[in-house]
Design a protein around this ligand. Structure first.
Ligand code: COA
Length: 189
């Protein structure tokens, strides 16, 4: 079943496979520089159980089709990074992951969230602006920053319920073309 949930430490190989499916240009946009397969292997090996969270969207076969990497910086801050499989783009998956990642971070007392992306990355610029990030442009890179409100009992409960339900985002746009190889979206029952 399609679902959205954090990956456990023993599931990082499916995150690695997702990153390896990105082509050269997507890898450059994701990591800010050219990245080969061995660098992706090293990146996944370096993930820390206590500080790195991978929030993933999984398809029916259990493959990761989109992911948010939430990297904690101390107790009060985190950096986000996103990736979506090519054939699943422009349907709102990153937007849904972004919102969920912010709610996950707020529930854990994280007060400041950062997002670094290359200045030509139109999708990330749109999304960063839409969630209210302030953007600072430094040559070819943009740094987004957002202060999160303190968690409330209600916000924590809502996030916990969302994590338990592991629901696939309900408001995705359909694919544009019938020739698209991915299956048409069916809302979760
Ligand atoms: C960037 C990326 C994560 C976006 O994923 P996505 O699921 O296609 O994004 P969404 O469908 O949620 O789109 C978000 C918004 O950006 C806009 N957008 C999407 N692709 C865009 C593009 N290439 N140029 C300009 N705007 C774009 C969408 O129109 C949408 O806005 P809307 O809802 O107002 O229409 C995906 O393209 C990707 O994985 N790229 C390679 C890796 C990367 O760049 N990672 C980011 C590093 S932090």
């Amino acid at each position: 079943m399609r679902c959205m949930r954090p990956l456990g430490p023993s599931e990082l190989s499916i995150y690695r496979e997702h990153l390896l499916r990105l082509d050269a240009e997507d890898r450059r946009l994701r990591f800010g520089c050219a990245v080969d397969d061995s660098a992706i292997d090293a990146h996944v090996r370096r993930l820390r159980v206590d500080a790195d969270r991978i929030l993933a969207l999984l398809d029916e076969e259990g493959s990761v089709v989109a992911a948010a990497h939430i990297a904690r910086i101390g107790d009060l801050a985190a950096e986000l990074a996103f990736s979506v499989d090519g054939r699943w783009r422009r349907r709102g998956l990153c937007r849904a992951l972004f919102e969920h990642a912010l709610s996950w971070a707020r529930s854990r007392g994280i007060r400041r969230v950062y997002l670094a992306f290359l200045s030509e990355n139109g999708a990330m610029r749109t999304l960063a602006r839409d969630v209210g990030m302030s953007l600072q442009v430094n040559a070819s890179e943009v740094l987004g920053e957002l202060m999160l409100p303190s968690p409330t009992p209600f916000s924590v409960l809502r996030e916990l319920a969302a994590e338990q339900a592991a629901l696939w985002p309900a408001a995705l746009r359909p694919f544009d073309s019938e020739a698209d190889p991915a299956p048409a979206f069916q809302p979760a029952a």
